[in-house]
Design a protein around this ligand. Structure first.
Ligand code: HEC
Length: 129
């Protein structure tokens, strides 16, 4: 969900939490947290960066100002940066968008109607990789 740049501080914060909680299982009330080693964290950060969200470069997409572009912007920037359509192919986008609809339900966001979803998918596929 985060951009490559944003992952580093998130992992740092989680590392501190894990270190704080490791080795104190509070008389069985808390799971015993094992803080990862620095070598493991490096692998994790590399993975997160590789699959990170790629934010759109707005200057490259004049049609963000169209009706379709505006609904894409409104719907797909609620939880993370507005995604770069170039990060997926025409074939990949439908499954990603369907997963996002599930994320919207899970995270208690309103789900746009089928027609709006189709228009947004069209925008993504028009500019796909
Ligand atoms: C309710 C919050 C929410 C909304 C709204 C949302 N997303 Fe996401 N998105 C997530 C979460 C959570 C993740 C990370 C987990 C995952 O990939 O499912 C994510 C990850 C992504 C990724 C990176 C992972 C991948 O498969 O490439 C892309 C691209 C993406 N979203 C595109 C979109 C698009 C396009 C829309 C609009 C149709 C959208 N998102 C709307 C929550 C959301």
């Amino acid at each position: 969900m985060h951009s490559a740049q944003a992952w580093q501080p998130v992992v740092e914060r989680m590392k501190q939490r894990m270190q704080m909680m490791s080795g104190r299982n509070m008389m069985g009330m808390m799971p015993d947290i094992k803080a990862p080693m620095d070598s493991e964290l490096k692998v994790l950060i590399a993975y997160l960066k590789k699959y990170a969200q790629k934010p759109i470069d707005r200057s490259q997409y004049e049609d963000l100002n169209s009706t379709t572009g505006r609904s894409f912007d409104a719907v797909c920037s609620q939880c993370h940066a507005l995604p770069d359509p170039k990060q997926h192919t025409v074939e990949e986008w439908p499954a990603v968008v369907q997963r996002m609809v599930k994320n919207m339900r899970l995270m208690g966001k309103s789900v746009p109607d089928e027609e709006t979803i189709e228009t947004i998918l069209g925008f993504l596929q028009k500019h796909a990789k």
